[in-house]
Design a protein around this ligand. Structure first.
Ligand code: NIG
Ligand code: FE
Length: 419
């Protein structure tokens, strides 16, 4: 397949654009990217923008229940931490997720996934962390894996058993850390349910020492680590993460320059989550100037979850990263492509270059600034003309083609059906 007459954001060595370019795809892989050379058998893309498939590298897409009442409580003066300490917050979603069947979790997660896919997301990371017991954590991860079989999207899963301490272990942290490390992790590894391990290092969650135990256990199984760090206060989680060569540290509103320097040395990606900053009405923005100074790769993700970031749009999140944190549109695009791939440890995608996966998006908005402006797109859905995953066309002229693995029927006039 040859796509011509394109403006190509290759993202090779940072943001770079080929003004009038063409890309050749063969067997799911990019064969060549370069200047346009008119040929008969090509798809003329009318000068549109071609980017790598978008990567949402931090989500909590699978969960039960809803937390709108907490949004209301915060607007009436309660803080995110107050609500968590009173047994709400993450624990509220834990109760709903434990009560939900696997089929129910799958159905609701699919609906959320669809809205991301319609924007050109081709790889998504999904965390557990609303089970906080072995069975429910595994249930969440199985659902996440299944989503990748039901839709043309590559799903990477992350075990987040260390999201917070469940009610029954509030007074026995050691006991719960042992469940995470000695019971959940070995079973999750033996069933190949996780590609990475994450924790929430914060006053209302895991301390630095407790996080360290989880990281040690993960590394013993050869799993890479990530960390929710420095979201509400500066505990030094990012520094610990850098000592474990973490793939990423995420949120990092309270990260100081010292912390930025440490993660720059370990090659750890800084994942910014403007949706959570926005929903929680936070005041302190992440240290973007220091991240630039130390050349730390910056990624941007939705953090899709019912409590701190009920955001189902990666394009809107790019816009928030620009408005709230001052990223340029080019930085925002890097954040959902090349740097997001890095945050997941993926070396075969995120840039358009020979030999890489043919995950690409043709946008109707013609420039990166259009994308980040998030202005009314011309095409339905969401300004997407074409999406290719692994070389297969999954959206054609804004419409799903029905190219799906598994037993799911989806397309114009058909309802999606999950078995
Ligand atoms: O990334 N910060 C911790 N964890 C999630 C939110 C979890 C929740 O509130 O349900 C986050 O914001
Ligand atoms: Fe998160």
């Amino acid at each position: 397949m040859l796509l011509t007459n394109l403006s190509i954001a290759t993202m090779v060595n940072g943001y770079s654009l080929i003004e009038k370019g063409a890309v050749l795809i063969e067997k799911g892989v990019i064969k060549s990217v370069g200047p346009d050379t008119p040929k008969g058998d090509a798809v003329d893309c009318g000068g549109r923008l071609l980017t790598p498939g978008l990567i949402d590298c931090h989500t909590h897409l699978v969960y039960g229940g809803n937390r709108a009442s907490e949004f209301e409580q915060r607007l009436n003066g309660a803080t995110y931490s107050d609500i968590a300490r009173a047994g709400g917050g993450i624990m509220s979603t834990v109760r709903a997720t434990r009560a939900a069947s696997e089929a129910e979790l799958l159905e609701s997660a699919l609906r959320r996934l669809e809205s991301l896919l319609a924007e050109g997301v081709t790889t998504i990371e999904i965390k557990s962390g609303y089970g906080l017991d072995v069975e429910t954590e595994m249930k969440m991860l199985r659902v996440a894996r299944k989503l990748g079989n039901l839709r043309r999207v590559d799903v990477k899963t992350t075990f987040l058993g260390a999201h917070t301490f469940p009610q029954e272990f509030k007074e026995n942290h050691e006991g719960y850390v042992s469940i995470v490390c000695d019971q959940a992790l070995p079973r999750i590894v033996s069933e190949n349910l996780a590609d990475a391990v994450d924790a929430f290092c914060e006053g209302i969650a895991f301390s630095v020492e407790e996080t360290k135990s989880v990281f040690k256990a993960a590394r013993a199984f050869n799993l890479p680590v990530k960390l929710h760090a420095e979201q509400l206060s500066n505990l030094g989680g990012a520094k610990l993460a850098s000592r474990f060569n973490a793939l990423s540290v995420d949120h990092i509103e309270y990260l100081d320059e010292d912390g930025v320097e440490s993660i720059s040395k370990s090659g750890t990606v800084a994942v910014l989550l403007p949706g959570a900053f926005y929903y929680l009405r936070e005041k302190q923005a992440p240290p973007v100037a220091a991240l630039r100074k130390y050349k730390v790769p910056i990624a941007v993700a939705t953090d899709l979850n019912p409590g701190s970031s009920p955001v189902h749009s990666l394009l809107a999140t790019m816009n928030m990263a620009c408005v709230l944190f001052g990223l340029t549109p080019e930085e925002a695009l890097l954040g959902v492509t090349a740097n997001a791939a890095r945050a997941l440890g993926l070396k075969d995608r995120g840039v358009l270059r020979e030999g890489y996966r043919a995950d690409v998006v043709v946008f109707d908005p013609d420039t990166v600034a259009d994308m980040a402006t998030y202005e009314n797109p011309k095409q339905f859905p969401k300004g997407i003309d074409y999406v290719l995953v692994n070389g297969t066309v999954v959206i054609d002229k804004g419409q799903h083609t029905g190219a799906r693995p598994g037993k799911v029927v989806y397309g114009p006039g058909k309802r999606s059906r999950v078995r």
